[in-house]
Design a binder for this molecule. Sequence first.
Ligand SMILES: C[S@@+](CC[C@H](N)C(=O)[O-])C[C@H]1O[C@@H](n2cnc3c(N)ncnc32)[C@H](O)[C@@H]1O
Length: 364
Amino acid sequence: MNGARGRALLTPRSAAGTLGAPWLPFPLMTDLAHASTEYAARLSIDVVDAGGVAGRMAEDVLAGLTAVPKQLPPKYFYDDAGSRLFEQITRLPEYYPSRAERELLEETADELMAELRPAEIVELGAGSSAKTRRLLSAPTAPEHLRRFVPLDVSREIVESSALGLLADFPYLSVHGVIGDFERHLHHVPQAIGRRLVLFLGGTIGNLHPPERTAFLASVRGLLGPGDRVLIGLDLVKDVATMEAAYNDSAGVTAEFNRNMLRFINRELGANFEPEAFAHRAFFNAEHSRIEMHLAPSVPQEVSAPDISLSVTISPSETIWTESSYKFTPESVAGMLADAGLRLERCYANDRPDRRFALALAAPA
Ligand SMILES: C[S@@+](CC[C@H](N)C(=O)[O-])C[C@H]1O[C@@H](n2cnc3c(N)ncnc32)[C@H](O)[C@@H]1O
C-alpha cells in the first residue's frame, strides 16, 4: 500500500452505517457506484498515496513512542471512524469553533465570493466541507466558480462529500486529492483560474510553530498573483470555554482521542488497549495551546511486531496526541509574514464564547 499512486473515480463501496447517519451533512446515497457513474464527467479523485496517512505511520509511531515525551501526530485521528467522530464533535454543544466559524462564513461568504470571484476553491484538510457549502452557495458562485479541490488524508469523507456537492451544486466539478497537506501540496492540480485556498476548522492550530511556518510557505506556493488563502484560527478566550470544547460531556472527544490507538492497532498490528487510556485535555497557557493526551492508569506494555516496537507506557507519563494552538488577532499578521503571506483582512467573531477569526491573506 505504501507509496502506491493512482487516479481513480470513486471506488464503489458499501455505504452502510456511514452516509445514512443523520448528522452527516451530505445526502443519503445508497448506490455509490451508480452515483459515481452519474457524476463521472465532473468528478475525479487522485489517490496520492494509496496507504493514505498510514503510509508514514510506521516511522511516525516508532519515533513518537520512543521520544520524550511520548507523542503521536494528530493526523492519525482520521481513519474513516475518526472522520465520523470529528463530524460528531462539530455538532457538540461545547465545541464552539465550528459554530463560530460557520457564523463568520454566514456573514462574509457572499461578499468574499463576489469580490474575489475565484474559478476554483482548493480546501486543505477539507473533511466533510460542510461549512464550505456556504461559499459554494453564494449568489455569484455559478458565474465564476468551476472547480472544487478538496485535499484530505481521509478517503471516505472526501468521496462522500464530493458526491453530496456534485448533487447539490450542478455547476461544479470536483477534483479530490487524498494525501497529506504537509507533504503532498505539489499534487494539487494546476490552477484553472483565480484560486481561493481554504484552511478551515482551526486546523492550523494543530501545527507547532516551525511546521506551521513551513506549511504556510508551501501554501504560499499554491498561490499566484490575485489568488487568496482564507484561514480559520481559534482565538484565546476564557480557559473554561476552551477546555470544555475538548472535554465534552458525551465523551465523543475522548472516543476520538482513543480511536487513534485503534487505527494504529489495525494498520501496524499493535496491541494497544484503547480503553486502558484516559482522555486528558487542558490549556497550556505558556504555549497558548490546548493539549490532548492519553493517560494509562496502570503500566501498558505496547508492541507492534510489524515495526519492531516494544515500549512500556507508565502511569507517570502520557501519549500527547494533539495540540490546538489558540491565537490572538495581533499574532496573525506576523505568522503569515514569516511564510511570505500578507494579511489582507481579518474577520473576527467577537462573542466572548465564540472568539474565532478568518484571516484572508495574499502572496506578499
Ligand atoms: C479539525 S478537522 C477540520 C475539518 C474541516 N476542515 C472543518 O473545518 O470542519 C481536520 C481535517 O484535516 C484532515 N487532516 C488532518 N491532518 C491532515 C494532514 N496531515 N493532511 C491532510 N489532511 C489532514 C483531517 O482528516 C480532517 O478532515
